[in-house]
Ligand binder design. Structure first.
Ligand SMILES: CSC[C@@H](O)[C@@H](O)C(=O)COP(=O)(O)O
Length: 365
């Protein structure tokens, strides 16, 4: 995507073919800063502190993290150790484990001397495939948006509510939930996006809104409490969100607050779509509520808010009494019954085992 007239992806190999460049997403929307990762530890830190975030991008960064780690040792033992360390950086997004497992599957059978070169090639393939996958998600999702537009007799824009950031910053390019939005805009279908601010880290305000400004797509930022009211008043045509892990039964784990939006959508008969690549499906799990590990993050993310003051300084301010403790689960699970459809790179299916297997028959046991 374009930033200040230059085309960027969210992660890329540095010109020397060794280091890896990322956009420091903790600085957005106030500053656009790129950072070079040189070591496995730096890649792990970027994932844990959320300089990079979003399930597919975490996976891509982990793949390159393995390349950087291999520069310090190529034995099978060190490879397996780095895999364990990387996977522990963020527990919920299954794309992290998916990418690390894929790297190990390719690298472990190879002679040690071939591993480093092959690792860089495989990490590049993961990134390239992510871009193609999201483009396909965009095409399939765009068809749904076009249908809604036609059913409105092309009367006004299609109003889409999204939560968190599942745009190009959350993937290597295009995004998942925002890919259909970008595709629709490219097709000339008028869209307008309701952007949930997405407390506590405000990925909607800081990242989704920033992406939409850059792409010149009409949008409004709303508080996380506003969506239900808009739905009751006919101002939302559909919801599209991303996913960090979707079970084989179609339960969707995504940013905290997604479940409440799905409940409100269901109460108002508004289609609730989840856009995700196949790599986000955890085929080993069936009961999302019981089985998906939910990351718990620092209470300071809830107790403080980061922003820019009137002098243009980026700072964090406290919003609660010092003695007040906070709870900060980063994700929640939306049961399959509340999901209208899953938008994948292979097409749209019902949220459930039969729907998913119709698109991914190779996963049938
Ligand atoms: C294409 S990204 C899908 C999800 O990863 C996204 O919706 C999300 O919840 C991101 O959470 P984050 O905590 O910012 O990594």
């Amino acid at each position: 995507m374009k930033v200040n007239g230059k085309v960027y992806r969210s992660i890329w190999l540095a010109d020397d073919g060794v280091g890896v460049e990322i956009i420091d997403q903790t600085q957005l929307p106030f500053r656009f800063v790129t950072v070079r990762l040189n070591t496995l530890d730096e890649a792990m830190d970027a994932i844990s502190r959320m300089l990079v975030r979003g399930a597919p991008l975490i996976g891509a960064t982990a793949a390159y993290g393995i390349c950087l780690g291999l520069r310090e040792g190529v034995s099978s033992e060190s490879l397996e150790k780095m895999a364990v360390r990387l996977v522990s950086c963020r527990p919920t997004a299954v794309n992290l484990r998916w990418a690390v497992d894929r790297m190990l599957r390719v690298l472990l059978p190879l002679p040690e001397k071939s591993r480093l070169l092959e690792a860089y090639q495989e990490a590049a393939r993961i990134c390239e495939e992510d871009v193609q996958t999201n483009e396909a998600i965009g095409r399939h999702g765009m068809a749904l948006i076009r249908d809604i537009w036609h059913s409105k007799q092309k009367n006004g824009p299609v109003n889409i509510l999204t939560h968190c950031n599942a745009g190009w910053l959350a993937t290597v390019d295009w995004g998942t939930a925002l890919a259909p939005v970008y595709a629709a805009a490219d097709e000339g279908i008028p869209v307008h996006i309701w952007v949930d601010e997405t407390r506590p880290r405000n990925q909607g305000a800081g990242l989704t809104a920033w992406e939409l400004v850059a792409a010149d797509i009409p949008h409004h930022l709303i508080t996380d409490n506003t969506g239900g009211h808009l739905m009751q008043h006919g101002l939302v045509d559909c919801c599209i969100v991303g996913s960090d892990r979707t079970t084989a039964a179609g339960d969707v784990c995504n940013k905290i607050g997604t479940y409440l939006k799905a409940l409100a959508a269901s109460d108002n008969n508004i289609p609730f779509y989840v856009a995700l690549p196949g790599s986000t499906v955890d085929w080993t799990l069936h009961d999302g509520l019981a089985e998906i590990p939910i990351e718990e993050r620092d209470e300071l993310e809830v107790l403080r808010i980061r922003g820019k003051d009137e002098e243009g300084r980026v700072c964090a301010v406290a919003i609660a009494p010092e003695a007040t403790p906070a709870l900060n689960p980063a994700f929640d699970v939306t049961p399959a019954r509340l999901v209208t459809g899953l938008i994948t790179e292979r097409g749209v299916c019902a949220a459930g085992r039969i729907g998913l297997l119709s698109l991914y028959p190779e996963q049938a046991q």
